[in-house]
Design a binder for this molecule. Sequence first.
Ligand SMILES: Nc1ncnc2c1ncn2[C@@H]1O[C@H](COP(=O)(O)OP(=O)(O)OP(=O)(O)O)[C@@H](O)[C@H]1O
Ligand SMILES: [Mg+2]
Length: 253
Amino acid sequence: MSTPKIIAVAGKGGVGKTSCSAVMVKLLCEAYPDKKILAIDADPAVGLSTALGVEVESTIDDIRREVVSTVENGDTKTAIELLGEAKYRIMDALVEQDGYSFIAVGRPEAAGCYCKINSYLKEVIGLLSSNFDYVVIDGEAGIEQINRRVMEKVTHLLLITDASKKGCQVIQTIKSVSDNLMMCDKVGVIANRLPDEGMADMLDTGDLPLLSAIISDNKLAEYDIKGENVFYLPDDAPIVVGCKKALKAVGVL
Ligand SMILES: Nc1ncnc2c1ncn2[C@@H]1O[C@H](COP(=O)(O)OP(=O)(O)OP(=O)(O)O)[C@@H](O)[C@H]1O
Ligand SMILES: [Mg+2]
């Protein structure tokens, strides 16, 4: 198996990271029916499972807690055995969908700090990606997961912004942090939910290439209202066209 392409989607809150991630999973499944594709919902606030209509039973955080409790119960397993066991449990927790596998990071019960689950998530991405050809990671809003090196193994970083100054600032911050902490092959911007396409030229994305511009998508809005699976959006929906263009621009499609 060649080295996996690990695509992470990041950006400010509410700009369309989850919607774009779901559409990219759809596009990869259609383009590569014989490849192994994994979708990871890396947002503790949960999103991708809902967008893709996946029933999640066991999360990465559930597994982490199980493994931690075996250690606390005085089980004298070595670190290697624990990691081996975790891998087995994680493979077991993958939900098999039509054309791809799915796993969610889950929401840690303890309030406040997500750093434990984030460092665990980083290991899990490393463990799992060797079993897949394509991995799509729907990240948490903001720069925390980039800062904590969760995205270290990512090969393609897709930064989403809406038509706002703040959205553009967040992607540029992510870019400057990622320069030191990641070794991605490709980084680029998707401008999403623009009032009209012409507005793309007004966005200040710094030295980041604009891969595609997506206008406000009524079909997606309709799916959203009805709670329908984004996987089944029609091929001519603006978000599907825009995500396809972006994946082609970074050489994934
Ligand atoms: N191009 C678009 N046209 C219309 N609606 C859109 C578009 N992109 C996203 N939306 C809608 O905007 C809302 C937020 O999108 P989404 O959940 O994908 O963003 P997010 O970046 O994942 O948010 P969060 O930071 O909360 O995880 C959703 O209701 C989604 O359907
Ligand atoms: Mg989201």
